[in-house]
Write a protein that binds this ligand. Structure first.
Ligand code: BGC
Length: 456
């Protein structure tokens, strides 16, 4: 389990560690903002008195903004660089967070939540993209998954902030405003990191690319920056195209399909039903509100703990093994939850089973689909279309997130709560079948080798 740590020690490179952590702050914004709103909404409703439609819009407009942000930033990441796209994203985030905190009307709040969404959508994929392009292959899985780690820490932080500020005057303004701090850390921190050698080569700045690569690999005995630079140049010559249309070429179809199916599967197994509605699900099992909130923290902590496990294991056992194991675990958990809500006896005598099911579910997600989706879309596309392909997968992911979040309560009414869990379980079975047949193993291979293997 310690391979990742040993390998990181062997790369002896604080710079790599530091810049990966800074880039991953993008994930923190992502997690914080999706996690904070359910708690904050209680107080916003009492203060600004939005209609039901407006209250839903306050939550959902962020997801729409994220789709638009992901759409624009595929282009931006190629045009102005991964680094500057993230500086912009952090800055927009600060404005959005402060704007939300100071909103005097529902309309203003909805507008600023949309702005935040633009930034969250951008950060959600430019973070893994940046880290993937600076990492050596043997620790890339762990380093890129710092981003997922930051997402889940962001969610947990949001739960804690909601709890701490609950009795403050203007509490919801604090809850939303505090997020300006990580936004500023991202914007300023990204000013201190280098461009990725892959992007520099893409725009023809090879000398700079070589310098950055040498600095990034200094102290790493196993690295061969000259060879790596040659591979990057060659990969770049083969794939100069930067138009979206290239994505439709037959040789890229399989990779695009894998990215899109992973994006949809990540959401259609119902992860955000658990993240957004865990307190509701738990209080329906008879827990008091505060016991339900405390139990939700258990779910949040489990998510963090098992993401750490994934970071440590991804480069050792491989993406495929973790994806499959995690997906089978979450499938079992969904079936347990389905059975629990079907049986009045279980509900009466085994109340703890619901919490156990949610914890098992999130553990399975955290070692598999959670990190593997974001990691894999940063690995499987050739340089010429990498940012655009990631942007497409990210839009699909936020779109699927929106759909699931919007339909959970309605679906529960229509086909019952157990029906929804069985539905998610059925979708998980389909996803597992697809993973077995289609998802490639990317462990230990350079981005350039993957480009060669997957698209030719
Ligand atoms: C997903 C989010 C989810 C989070 C939970 C991320 O990988 O994209 O939608 O809320 O994981 O851990």
């Amino acid at each position: 389990m310690s391979t990742f740590i040993q390998e990181m020690r062997a790369t002896d490179n604080r710079l790599l560690l530091r810049i990966s952590i800074i880039a991953a702050v993008g994930g923190l914004l992502f997690g914080y903002d999706t996690g904070v709103i359910s708690g904050a909404l209680l107080y916003i409703t009492a203060d600004l008195k939005p209609s039901t439609f407006e209250a839903e819009a306050i939550v959902a407009v962020l997801l729409l903004g994220a789709m638009v942000g992901a759409l624009g930033s595929g282009y931006l990441a190629d045009r102005v660089s991964r680094k500057w796209t993230k500086v912009i994203s952090g800055t927009v985030y600060v404005v959005g967070a402060l704007g939300c905190a100071l909103s005097v009307s529902t309309g203003m709040l909805i507008g600023f939540r949309f702005l935040l969404g633009l930034s969250v959508g951008t950060a959600s994929f430019v973070s893994p993209l940046y880290i993937s392009e600076v990492s050596p292959p043997r620790v890339r899985g762990g380093l890129v998954s710092f981003n997922q780690m930051a997402i889940v820490c962001g969610i947990l932080l949001a739960y804690i902030v909601n709890f701490v500020f609950r009795d403050f005057p203007d509490q919801w303004r604090w809850m939303l405003g505090v997020a300006a701090i990580p936004g500023a850390v991202l914007a300023v921190g990204m000013l201190t990191v280098p461009h990725t050698p892959r992007w520099l080569t893409l725009v023809g700045r090879e000398d700079e690319a070589r310098e950055v690569l040498e600095e990034l690999r200094s102290g790493d005995d196993k690295a061969d920056p000259d060879q790596e630079m040659e591979d990057i140049k060659e990969a770049n010559e083969q794939e100069r195209s930067t138009t979206v249309r290239t994505l439709l070429e037959p040789r890229l179809r399989a990779a695009l399909l894998v990215g899109i199916v992973l994006a949809v599967a990540q959401q259609f197994v119902g992860v955000n039903t658990v993240i957004y509605y865990a307190p509701t699900i738990l209080s329906d099992t008879g827990l008091t509100n505060s016991a339900a909130l405390a139990s939700t923290m258990i779910v949040g902590v489990t998510n963090v703990v098992f993401t750490v496990v994934a970071v440590l294991l991804l480069d050792k056992v491989g993406r495929g093994a973790l994806l499959l194991t995690g997906s089978v675990v979450l499938l079992v958990a969904l079936v347990v939850l389905g059975i629990y809500f079907t049986s009045p006896t279980l509900q009466a005598d085994y109340g703890w089973l619901a919490l156990a099911g949610l914890v098992l579910f999130i553990a399975g997600f955290a070692i598999g689909l959670g990190p593997v989706f974001w990691l894999m879309i940063s690995e499987i596309y050739p340089i010429g279309v990498r940012s655009k392909a990631m942007s497409v997968c990210t839009i699909v992911n936020w779109g699927a997130n929106f759909l699931v979040a919007q339909t959970f309560l309605t679906l529960s009414g229509a086909i019952s709560r157990q029906g929804v869990f069985f539905l998610y379980a059925g979708l998980a079975v389909l996803a597992i079948g697809f993973f077995i047949k289609w998802v490639p193993e990317t462990k230990d291979k350079s981005l350039e080798t993957l480009q060669e293997e997957l698209t030719h």
